[in-house]
Design a protein around this ligand. Structure first.
Ligand code: DCC
Length: 258
């Protein structure tokens, strides 16, 4: 296969993948999981996966044994407002939708095995590459399409230490980029972070659960402007504030290295 036809095939597959990611939030069959599952949650999940996934990968955004009671309480709170199964097998829409989360999207997308081989077979999503439950980034994202906002419940594990006993600023920035970037993708399709401004207001205790809330400020052509704040779960303490600019891209932007 020539270099050019490689690129064409990659572009097609990547385009399908990104489209599929965007369609995750409009899945009618995504059902809520309300009970408190045990450590082997992925085996028991009832969440319907999008058709672009060829088999069931591990969904990291489902509860595991490391989740604190506060993390579970908030998960139940938002999950109970997601699409739920009503009587006679019908689904009733709720304002929120949980976004599934995988460590290697390419591998599981249609054509992704091929794609991941020619790009980087060992590539993993940064925030989902530590398998030990609770060690690093434990989080789940919910999106509210009507209000154009996202909520992420985030529990920071012991591997994310920065100042003693507190979360590293880079880990917080990573989660802000992750949440706002996912939100921007849901709103605008394929994007890249062009600008991220962060103000750290109070340290986040290691092991604590916090809320990361993201909301759309405005969309102007290719630009999606998003605001974000990290707070304690009762909202009384502001940990971090941020604004971000995302630019819509063609998949060819990724293929030619920007
Ligand atoms: C599927 C699984 C998903 C899984 C989802 C997982 C979520 C993870 C999310 C992580 C997201 C990332 O970390 S992304 C990785 C970090 N980001 C990057 O590496 C991006 C590197 N930068 C780039 O590639 C490029 O600079 C771009 C794409 C951002 C922009 O390049 P471009 O497309 O050529 O655009 P350009 O012509 O320069 O600018 C267009 C307009 O935007 C403005 N503009 C450009 N940059 C900036 C800027 N920093 N600040 C202000 N404004 C800017 C310009 O002035 C211009 O305005 P006007 O004159 O039109 O008014």
């Amino acid at each position: 296969m020539t270099h050019e036809s490689h690129r064409v095939q990659m572009a097609r597959s990547l385009g399908r993948l990104l489209k599929g990611f965007q369609s995750l939030t409009s899945l009618p069959a995504m059902r809520a999981q309300r009970s408190h599952p045990s450590a082997c949650v992925p085996c028991r999940t009832t969440v319907a996966l999008p058709s672009l996934f060829s088999f069931k990968p591990r969904d990291f955004s489902l509860p595991n044994s490391s989740w604190s009671s506060e993390m579970m309480r908030l998960y139940d709170h938002y999950n109970s407002q997601c699409e739920v199964e009503a009587e006679r097998g019908e689904t009733r829409g709720g304002p929120w939708q949980r976004l599934p989360s995988y460590n290697r999207s390419l591998k599981y997308a249609t054509g992704g095995v091929y794609l991941s081989k020619i790009i980087q077979s060992r590539a993993r999503l940064f925030t989902r590459n530590i398998r030990e439950p609770g060690a690093a980034f434990e989080y789940v994202l919910f999106v509210n399409k009507e209000e154009q906002r996202c909520v992420c419940i985030f529990q920071a594990g012991h591997l994310l230490e920065g100042p003693p006993g507190h979360v590293h600023g880079g880990a917080i920035a990573t989660m802000i980029d992750n949440v706002t970037g996912t939100h921007a993708t849901v709103l605008s399709g394929p994007v890249m972070t062009a600008n991220l401004n962060i103000n750290y207001r109070s340290p986040v205790p290691l092991g604590s659960t916090v809320l990361i809330e993201s909301s759309l400020d405005t969309k102007e052509g290719r630009k999606t402007f998003i605001s974000c704040k990290v707070t304690s779960t009762d909202g009384s303490k502001l940990h971090t504030e941020a604004t971000a600019l995302f630019l819509s891209i063609n998949v060819s932007h990724l293929l030619r290295g920007g």
